[in-house]
Design a protein around this ligand. Structure first.
Ligand SMILES: Cc1cc2nc3c(=O)[nH]c(=O)nc-3n(C[C@H](O)[C@H](O)[C@H](O)COP(=O)(O)O)c2cc1C
Length: 248
């Protein structure tokens, strides 16, 4: 499908409005929270699927200092054919998704999140990991472990959803947003905050990768329908950001 110029202009106008997000027009009494509607939960859980326990004591996996890590970070699109260890996987998930406090409708962790709404969910497609079943996993915010939710996901499916950008990586991290978590409190000003929150998660992952001699690249050029199908989400939860990663 090709957009016509009028449609393109309309997209640009509404997307710019999303970035402008005029807080002067936000009236709390017009938000779901202001109307005392039921609070959305800050975390999602799957009832079934093998649990992969991640290591929690992985803080000293890197001996590099922060300013060195920040200054040397680059996007990497070519990876060595090396298996991700459980320690490395645990470290990457901890640095980019760990939650330290979770309440009935808020969650606080390593990622700053507007109003503690925590609008993201984190998934990882593990392709090359030591003694770990290949498949799509969901990060469990309450326990800090991963749950295998789709073993039957194939490289071909993921590669096609990433428009050919799978690039022999060890893993693909996929962030989804559940916009209502943010909209509940911030209504039409939410969407900019959701995108920024995803940026924070991705940057943490970039730095964590760099710290342990892994490389990664952020990906926005994916096929929305296909990637949502990989994760089995859509409408109230959808993919907003991805990254491939592997050993430098
Ligand atoms: C929001 C965003 C989306 C991106 N999407 C892609 C992508 O789909 N494919 C890709 O190869 N690189 C993507 N990149 C990586 C950029 O191309 C890269 O960050 C940029 O060229 C600067 O290089 P550096 O990260 O090494 O500093 C994306 C980066 C950002 C921040």
């Amino acid at each position: 499908m090709k957009l016509n110029q009028k449609q393109i202009d309309e997209f640009i106008k509404s997307n710019r409005e999303c970035l402008l997000a005029n807080w002067n027009l936000l009236d709390n009494s017009q938000t779901p929270r202001g109307q005392n509607l039921e609070k959305p939960s800050a975390f999602k859980s799957y009832a079934t699927g093998e649990i992969l326990e991640l290591k929690k004591d992985v803080n000293s996996l890197s001996s590099r200092v922060l300013d060195d890590i920040i200054m040397s970070r680059r996007s990497l699109r070519k990876y060595q054919d090396v298996l991700l260890s459980l320690d490395e996987l645990s470290y990457l998930m901890k640095c980019s998704a760990h939650i330290r406090k979770i309440g009935d409708s808020y969650a606080l962790g390593v990622i700053p999140t507007g109003g503690a709404r925590n609008s993201l969910e984190t998934y990882i497609y593990l392709r090359k990991a030591e003694n770990i079943t290949k498949g799509l996993y969901h990060y469990m915010k309450d326990t800090g472990n991963l749950r295998l939710i789709r073993e039957e996901v194939t490289d071909a499916l993921v590669d096609s959803s990433l428009k050919g950008q799978l690039r022999d990586c060890a893993a693909v991290v996929i962030w989804t947003a559940i916009p209502y978590r943010m909209e509940y409190k911030y209504s039409f000003t939410s969407h900019k905050m959701i995108a920024i929150e995803a940026g924070h998660a991705c940057q943490n992952l970039y730095l964590a990768c760099e710290a342990i001699d892994y490389g990664m690249v952020a990906l926005c050029a994916y096929d929305q329908e296909k990637i949502d199908e990989v994760v089995r989400v859509g409408n109230e939860e959808f993919v907003v950001y991805c990254a491939t990663l592997g050993k430098k």
